[in-house]
Design a protein around this ligand. Sequence first.
Ligand SMILES: C[S@@+](CC[C@H](N)C(=O)[O-])C[C@H]1O[C@@H](n2cnc3c(N)ncnc32)[C@H](O)[C@@H]1O
Length: 252
Amino acid sequence: MICDIEMHNTPADGLQITPADGLQPPLSSNVIPKFRMEFNMAEKQITSEWTGIKGKIMAWGLSNPLMRRFEFLLIGDYMSTFLREVFHIIKDNQVILDVGAGSGYFSLAVAKKLSTGKVICLDLSEIMLQHLEHNAEKKSLRDRIQILRAEASSSGLEDESVDLVFSNFVFHELSNPETVLSEIFRVLKPRGWVIITDFKRDTLIGNLIGAFHREAHGPFRVNELDTLLAKVGLSSVKIRQGRQYIIGLGRK
Ligand SMILES: C[S@@+](CC[C@H](N)C(=O)[O-])C[C@H]1O[C@@H](n2cnc3c(N)ncnc32)[C@H](O)[C@@H]1O
């Protein structure tokens, strides 16, 4: 069963969460029920790049293990580095946010390791989130995820409510990466970690991806990501890199 939670943003009151069916707001309770939230989508009229048949194909490809293996061959094994960092940081019972979760390849890999924590799966694309929900049901992980349809720069989540934020292969699609990172910083608890994985600029794949996303930021150079993480206030900034990918880490 999916329960709806309506969220309203009013200038006077800030964010208000109106739980449907008597549910509590998402992050004020230790026991978080299955639910789906949308934050201000209609009001803001924000559209996703991943709609229609293009969205369906991408959602399928992103959650297909064979396609991901092919991607490893092309850009290197970022997955092992990413999961090693995440599993080193997370503890059970934590709230984790996946920004641009897509069809859930990473959200579900992390959710599988949790017994009591939750992964909030934020994405703009309804098609991606439908696939994510379907994949979570198939893997019996629906209870460990929350689906949040929202723009990454205004998540609607409470201040300092999340223990770890990760975002994989999303930042090159953003036109406002600094605003999104500031939002991530806002929702992160003190001492919480951020992990950003993306294609690396000035590489074969990075240049190709950049050509498809001319209106967005495109892939980052190592020093650009390093500077951006520090600029929004993160400390202990580290960059890991492979042939065609970079992983940036920072702590609040
Ligand atoms: C290339 S996909 C990566 C998905 C997933 N992280 C993965 O690696 O499988 C990028 C995702 O970011 C989402 N996205 C892009 N810009 C966004 C934004 N401004 N707010 C929320 N989601 C966004 C897209 O809808 C898409 O699902």
